[in-house]
Design a protein around this ligand. Structure first.
Ligand code: NAD
Length: 346
């Protein structure tokens, strides 16, 4: 439906804006402002069609509501998508037009980076609206959220290893990473430093070659990464990688990665549980970046305090794993119930 996703809290509103002069076509989905202004990044992507873009905006913004609620942030969930123009375009002008669309919402939505957008893009947005974050400033905390996201995923892997597998360290732990982009690369660094063995894949061969050289990572094809025998699988590319086709082939003990919307459907969460693979929900473990940009937006905190707050994601992973022992739900269903209980007006 245009109004939201099946069996979920419906969206509050979606702004569809176009600008002929720059080629901008954007959808800004505000899922919930119950906890505060809707906060979530902007994705710049060559969508197959407008409906695919709309669906992505709905899914991503709902995930942001859940993520911000579980992270205890005073923000609701929103997300913007910009359909990448097919021909030539002026990037600065396009993001200026996007900034005007964001500004028209008068603070109901706050944007930041996501897949396909950069700190330079957000700096351009900032020239036209105050409702933006993720911008490095001289002498102040802030900027690229991806190292913080990677740290949150890393501490979640540590928590999962301890609680699920009784491991007190990651020495020799085998981790398969799908996607070595901004987050996947930092995650690989943290894991390598902790003594983990890495198996990696990316559509960009330069990135995997670098991981092989720097971390001694095994490189496999993008077609086979999900099926690699490993302790933990870390999806760090795009969404819906855990689906009816991939789940029967998985060879992991548990799943913990940065990508948003890893499950194609909620039923895929059950399919994983049936296979005995514990799925640590994406929006629980990948909140490090939003914690960082939210702090930056509120102009509070410094690096150490933000890292400490991101590290507390590990406590919530342990709480989730304790909750499923009593509820009998899958981790994905339990996280949904937990997050929805927090989507209430203060
Ligand atoms: P990115 O664009 O920098 O990295 C994505 C990487 O995945 C790229 O290197 C790309 O080449 C690779 N890739 C694409 N398709 C692939 C495939 N089929 N197999 C293997 N590799 C593939 O993006 P990012 O910022 O690192 O984000 C990664 C994921 O994490 C996204 O789903 C994003 O929404 C999510 N996420 C990011 C942040 C953040 O702070 N950047 C925060 C929360 C969630």
């Amino acid at each position: 439906s245009f109004f939201g996703l099946p069996h979920q809290v419906p969206h509050e509103r979606v702004l569809i804006a176009a600008d002929a002069a720059t080629g901008l076509r954007t959808m800004i989905a505000i899922h919930s402002t119950a906890r505060g202004p809707a906060f979530g990044g902007c994705r710049f992507w060559a969508y197959e069609n407008d409906l695919a873009a709309h669906h992505d905006a709905l899914r991503l913004s709902q995930g942001m509501s859940m993520k911000n609620a579980l992270a205890g942030l005073p923000f609701g969930g929103g997300k913007a998508v910009i359909v990448k123009p097919k021909g030539d375009f002026d990037r600065a002008a396009l993001f200026a037009a996007f900034a005007r669309a964001v500004d028209s919402l008068q603070g109901a939505y706050i944007t930041a980076e996501d897949v396909g957008t950069t700190t330079a893009d957000m700096r351009g947005v900032q020239a036209l609206t105050p409702y933006v974050s993720g911008i490095p400033r001289e002498g102040a905390f802030g900027g690229d959220p991806s190292p913080k996201t990677a740290w949150g995923v890393f501490v979640s892997i540590q928590a999962g290893a301890k609680t699920l597998l009784g491991r007190s360290d990651l020495q020799g732990f085998r981790v398969a990473i799908q996607g070595l982009g901004a987050v996947g690369w930092h995650l690989a660094e943290f894991l390598h430093q902790a003594g983990a063995r890495l198996v990696v894949a990316d559509i960009d061969a330069a990135k995997t070659a670098k991981a092989q050289a720097q971390f001694g990572a095994d490189v496999v094809s993008v077609e086979t990464i999900l099926a690699q025998p490993c302790d933990v699988l870390a999806p760090c590319a795009l969404g819906a990688s855990l689906n009816a086709a991939s789940i029967p082939q998985l060879n992991a003990r548990f799943i913990c990665g940065a990508a948003n919307n890893q499950l194609a459907t909620l039923q895929d969460g059950s399919a994983l549980a049936e296979r005995g693979i514990t799925y640590l929900p994406d929006y629980l473990v990948n909140a490090g970046g939003i914690i960082s940009v939210a702090r930056e937006f509120r102009n509070e905190g410094e690096e150490g305090a933000v890292m400490a707050e991101v590290s507390r994601i590990a406590d919530r992973v342990q709480e989730l794993l304790a909750r499923i022992q009593t509820s009998g739900r899958t981790p994905a269903a339990e996280a949904d119930v937990w997050a929805q209980s927090l989507l209430v007006r203060a």
